[in-house]
Ligand binder design. Structure first.
Ligand SMILES: *Cc1c(COP(=O)(O)O)cnc(C)c1O
Length: 392
């Protein structure tokens, strides 16, 4: 007997907002400052303390935060920055915003994160920074990347949009790189609607990031070239208005109190999936690096087209048909016309190509019920049977 189809779409990710989150936003709405007020610093302090960094600088979204990190790292025309092609567009677009050149390094076939050996081979005399991405919430090999950055004099910027709450070698993500970006989009671990942050131990980076999100202006008496009076400020660099509002910061601070619970629930769901799928021929469950403790932003199940007739593409259609909001994370960036027109080609990235042909993200978010998890498990099993037996 097959499972009957659920009535509503189960998305791959979704926010969890409670009454106390709503009250936190309402209290800011009733206060004097709805932007540029005290909620921002409170939120920044919460993030910095949680991840084990000295400072955190909030931005209006994670992409703007990455742009800020590239600016603070001094990336400009002629500079190369190495990152993975299997990521969201923002990880390499931030380099383009600064006039730099993204260089892609292929992925590790087990973790799907940037392969440190491939990254090392991609270093040239023009390389200025490396941007590892913690795909699905599993930290990249941060020990290797830290050593590589130190030995070769590169800035290490970690795209941790997926990995708030994750650890590598017992140390929280946010305490490894020169600058670490977290995103607060509603599918991420905690949300501010839109939002992002850079965590850093460097006072210099913090100052540059703060100026960058506010038109490149400063009021610091030690930095002013002159002072016309108490109203005076100076724009010394070109910046943007990339500020987060206090409404968002209050929501984020309230959500941070639930982060550990959210991550715990994501881990439970991932364990249930892996237990259910690991012995099904043709299905490849996620592997974890020994030092990595994932916070499970995504659960990527791979469908081997040699074993399962129609492979991922057919599984995608079948599961969507059962009202499961499965997704593909991600189309490798070099495949995007904007990039391929600028000389990037899929030939250079065989592991990313293999991954792209087979990967499918299943629903995983803290508010999923056990019935939802069970529905996903049954649907995947039935689809695997369908794809595996058709031509027999
Ligand atoms: C979400 C995300 C970002 C930042 O996205 P915003 O929507 O701008 O907050 C960056 N990199 C990755 C890998 C992401 O998933």
């Amino acid at each position: 007997m097959t499972t009957s189809k659920r009535e509503t779409l189960l998305p791959y990710g979704k926010q969890s907002i409670d009454e106390d989150d709503i009250q936190a936003v309402v209290s800011v709405l009733r206060s004097d400052y709805i932007t540029q007020g005290p909620a921002i610093e409170r939120f920044e302090r919460k993030i910095a303390d949680y991840v084990g960094a000295k400072y955190a600088v909030a931005f209006c979204n994670g992409t703007a935060a990455l742009h800020g990190a590239c600016y603070a790292a001094g990336i400009g025309p002629g500079d190369e920055v190495i990152t993975t092609p299997v990521t969201f567009l923002a990880s390499s677009n931030c380099v383009l915003y600064q006039g730099g050149t993204p260089v892609f390094a292929d992925i590790d076939p087990d973790t799907y994160n940037m392969d440190p050996d491939a990254a090392e081979k991609a270093i040239t005399s023009r390389t200025k920074a490396i941007i590892p991405v913690d795909l699905t919430g599993q930290p990249a090999e941060m020990e290797r990347f830290s050593m590589l950055a130190r030995d070769r004099g590169l800035v290490l910027i970690e795209d941790a949009a997926h990995s708030l709450g994750a650890s590598y070698a017992g140390r929280k993500v946010g305490a490894w790189a020169d600058m670490t970006m977290f995103s607060f989009h509603p599918v991420k671990h905690v949300t501010t609607g839109e939002g992002g942050v850079i965590a850093t131990d460097s006072e210099e980076y913090r100052d540059r990031l703060q100026a960058f999100r506010s038109h490149g202006t400063t009021r610091d008496p030690e930095k002013l070239t002159r002072c016309d009076g108490p109203w005076y400020y100076e724009m010394q660099e070109l910046g943007y208005n990339y500020r987060m509002t206090d409404l968002q910061a209050a929501l984020g601070a309230s959500q941070m109190g639930k982060l550990d619970r959210f991550v715990e629930r994501r881990r439970e769901i991932a364990q249930a999936y892996t237990a259910a799928f690991r012995d099904i021929p043709g299905l490849i469950v996620p592997k974890q690096h020994a030092a990595a403790e994932s916070s499970w932003h995504l659960y990527v199940l791979r469908w081997d087209g040699e074993v399962l007739e129609g492979g991922r593409d057919r599984a995608f259609a079948e599961l969507r048909d059962r009202n499961l909001g499965v997704q593909v994370h991600y189309i490798p960036i070099y495949r995007q016309p904007y990039y391929s027109e600028r000389g990037y080609s899929e030939q250079a990235y065989p592991e990313s190509e293999r991954y792209y042909r087979t990967a499918l993200s299943l629903p995983i978010f803290p508010a999923m019920s056990n019935d939802d998890v069970e529905y996903v498990v049954r649907s995947v099993r039935e689809t695997a049977v369908l794809l595996g037996t058709l031509d027999k």
